[in-house]
Design a protein around this ligand. Structure first.
Ligand SMILES: Nc1ncnc2c1ncn2[C@@H]1O[C@H](COP(=O)(O)OP(=O)(O)O)[C@@H](O)[C@H]1O
Ligand SMILES: [Mg+2]
Length: 371
């Protein structure tokens, strides 16, 4: 698998996590003094496990991974952790212990092993690294309290793209512009997921195209709307947001619903949220006017007002937001079949009666029903 084949062999190949890595190095250098274990936490696929191996490789350390079965029996545990550096290793290398995914060790598997571990830790002869997805899991309280906490964050789109392109380069595979970005965006900071997706579509190929993404359930249209929404929320200028709306393949009305549904997901300060909804409400007034009077010249005002949501924030939120599909569009798509059937019938009638479908719906149908 490519995630194994291209796992970083050295910190030089390790992407992102600058802060986390710095904190880790500091922790490691101080370890002899305070013997504190550390807990690397963060979402899946951001390099928690492979980081420890890359680091160990650089430092010529031996990684000893403990798993759930080692926790079953306290004696084994004590022996492993308590053994001196020089003992028990054939290579003579210094060791580092890795207890991966500690939050995954269930109560049943644990059988008091964790409690034992906590007792042994202060006397450990070697540094111990825990990893977990969620450091705030109540189960981990005791561990959290004794550990140096090190956060690994979601990996940024650009860093993900860099890693993915590097892999394609080494595999000798060409790519159409945009494919890599889509994969990176879609995986929302999870590099493992991104590499796996890439492998599925690219393995054994000479070149990959946007169309290949369909195999793994990517729909191009939705991707584009995610990009558009992201720009509107992350840019600092109305012009930037307007450009995103104008170059989207969705109509401005649909974008309006997307923005409406995601203001809460992106903005955090009440005054920003209030301001954003206010300009959006004004955009909505124009939407109605356009629909009622078919006055498309008003569209530019609607677009400008939607774009103004961009400047309702004081600072750009440097976070990954999971943008949600608008509820309103969900309902519309659920009733799509129904509406299409209705439209079909209306069009048949319109042909026979020589008038608009709208006239039939509002003026004729009520009487037809009575008759
Ligand atoms: N920061 C990173 N730099 C380079 N490769 C990474 C990084 N994060 C993840 N990967 C790739 O993704 C795979 C899975 O990462 P892993 O360390 O198992 O994630 P985690 O333990 O956080 O779930 C690795 O084998 C590697 O190929
Ligand atoms: Mg892991």
């Amino acid at each position: 698998m490519w995630i194994k084949k291209y796992a970083p062999k050295s910190l030089k190949e390790f992407a992102n996590q600058k802060e986390g890595v710095e904190k880790f190095l500091k922790w490691y250098n101080n370890w002899k003094k305070n013997k504190k274990p550390c807990l690397i936490y963060g979402p899946p696929g951001v390099g928690k496990t492979c980081f420890v191996y890359a680091f160990a490789n650089d430092k010529n350390l031996e990684v000893i991974e403990l798993n759930a079965s080692d926790f079953r029996d306290a004696d084994t545990l004590r022996r492993i952790l308590g053994s001196a550096v020089s003992q028990g290793t054939l290579s003579g290398k210094e060791k580092i212990f890795l207890i991966d995914e500690i939050d995954g060790i269930s109560g049943k598997e644990d059988r008091g092993g964790l409690a034992e571990l906590l007792k042994i830790l202060p006397n450990s002869k070697n540094p111990v690294v825990f990893t977990a997805n969620d450091a705030w899991d109540p189960k981990l309280r005791a561990i959290r309290e004794i550990c140096e906490l090190i956060e690994f964050k979601k990996i940024g789109v650009r860093d993900m793209e860099k890693v993915l392109k590097q892999i394609l380069f080494k595999e000798g595979i060409e790519y159409e512009e945009g494919v890599i970005k889509q994969i990176a965006l879609r995986n929302e900071g999870d590099l493992r997921g991104a590499i796996n997706d890439l492998e599925i579509i690219a393995r054994g190929k000479k070149k990959i195209t946007i169309k290949d993404l369909e195999h793994i359930g990517y729909r191009e249209r939705e991707q584009k709307i995610f990009d558009t929404i992201k720009i509107i929320f992350k840019t600092k200028t109305i012009r930037g947001a307007r450009f995103a709306i104008m170059s989207s393949d969705k109509d401005p009305e649909e974008i309006l619903w997307w923005v409406e549904n995601n203001i809460f997901n992106e903005y955090e300060k009440p005054e920003e949220i209030a301001k954003a909804f206010e300009v959006l409400a004004k955009a909505d007034i124009f939407r109605r006017r356009i629909a009622l009077r078919q006055n498309w010249r008003l569209l530019v005002y609607m677009i400008d007002l939607i774009s103004s949501v961009a400047v309702c924030k004081k600072n750009v939120y440097r976070k990954f937001t999971k943008y949600q599909y608008p509820d309103r569009l969900k309902i519309l798509s659920l009733t799509k079949l129904e509406r299409e059937l209705e439209k079909e019938k209306l069009e048949k009638l319109a042909k026979k009666l020589h008038c608009s479908t709208r006239k039939i719906k509002t003026e004729y149908l009520p009487y037809l029903k009575l008759i």
